[in-house]
Design a protein around this ligand. Sequence first.
Ligand SMILES: Nc1ncnc2c1ncn2[C@@H]1O[C@H](COP(=O)(O)OP(=O)(O)OP(=O)(O)O)[C@@H](O)[C@H]1O
Length: 266
Amino acid sequence: MTGDDSRNGKEVADAQTADDEAASGDSVLTLEAVRQSFGDVSVLEGVSLDVRAESVTCLLGPNGSGKSTLLSIAAGLRTPDEGTVTGEIDAARDVGYLPQRPAFRPHFTVAETIGFYGSLVPTPIDEAATLERVGLAAVADRRVEHLSGGMVRLLGLAQATVGSPPVVVLDEPASGLDPQIRHRIADVIADLAADGAAVLMATHDLDAAERIADQVRILDDGEFVAGGSPSEIQSETAAESLGGAIDALIDREDAIGVRAGTGDRR
Ligand SMILES: Nc1ncnc2c1ncn2[C@@H]1O[C@H](COP(=O)(O)OP(=O)(O)OP(=O)(O)O)[C@@H](O)[C@H]1O
């Protein structure tokens, strides 16, 4: 972990990997020197990341900094232009994934939806316990098109954890939701990690990151510019909050150009 701008991306990644080893469970998924471009827009410029059991790793960074792209690569949904994704698991099969905008087949109830996803995994699942864990047991018979936005996200979280995958990848699991539901979702995520899962999530919810993240990675301009526990990042940037640390680390003017796809690297 570092706020030292003189270190390059590889040095930052190596230092962060050492920090991770001290901080959490076994490595289950490793991304090494991952690069991804879309046309002439370079989105990831050699990103390395270790995803560990029993821990929550939060990806933070401006809109358009490449978080979703990185998550889709970690989840085995996209093969990077360069770099490797390795682990004890098969990323395409053993990774639960919650997309940014989950959508479910209309007319199915909540229970039928989870039952459907349960039928896709090798071992039978406890549907009631799966819904209980995310707090949706009371609406098990409600049709998915009648759920609130927060409930849809909780159902997405339940779907991502069906079959207890060793890695759970969550793309902004609580964006646009009220503080109470955001808090509940963060609690569910922390419980998943406590039960052994390696959770990798992108979020703009800095309160949640501060509360539940074991490790944070800040992505900007295609590279990690900092990583470590929330308190380590704060103390290295002399910031009073994670938001303050991000402000110290990221050049907002440049980030606006990057977001618009007009930055030098894009
Ligand atoms: N399939 C694609 N084709 C072309 N460009 C893409 C594609 N997917 C993503 N991009 C571009 O890659 C960049 C990174 O997008 P990405 O969704 O990974 O960012 P993000 O950090 O998740 O953003 P946000 O916080 O807004 O969700 C953006 O400039 C986006 O327009």
